[in-house]
Design a protein around this ligand. Structure first.
Ligand SMILES: [Mg+2]
Length: 113
């Protein structure tokens, strides 16, 4: 079992405490991902705004680690909701990026390039 799969098993215990209906669970997961993404972006925004540059200290690094962990948790739980294993997410993302690299389409826009 991969480290991500082990983490997902831990997260499932935590999230099952709420006993939500299916649609409410999915809504909470999606809103949670958006919220945690906002928290991470807020740290980066303040870093740029207050320093006019990227000056990272230990406190900022630790804050970012916590928020990135929150994002990762929601990504894993949303995947789990749809029975998508962490390994499948990683494999598919890697294949997509390798295809773009091989096709010379890393730059550009559109999901299917
Ligand atoms: Mg957070």
């Amino acid at each position: 079992m991969t480290e991500l799969q082990q983490h997902l098993e831990f997260l499932k215990q935590y999230s099952s405490e709420y006993e939500l209906s299916d649609i409410t669970e999915l809504a909470v997961l999606a809103l949670g991902l958006a919220g945690e993404t906002g928290e991470a972006i807020e740290i980066i925004k303040k870093l740029i705004r207050d320093n006019n540059a990227i000056v990272v200290n230990e406190l900022i690094t630790q804050s970012l680690i916590k928020e990135l962990g929150d994002i990762l948790a929601y990504v894993l739980l949303i995947g789990n909701y749809f029975d998508i294993a962490p390994a499948e997410i990683i494999k598919t993302n890697r294949q997509k990026l390798e295809k773009r690299l091989n096709n010379g389409t890393i730059r550009g826009s559109g999901n299917d390039r």
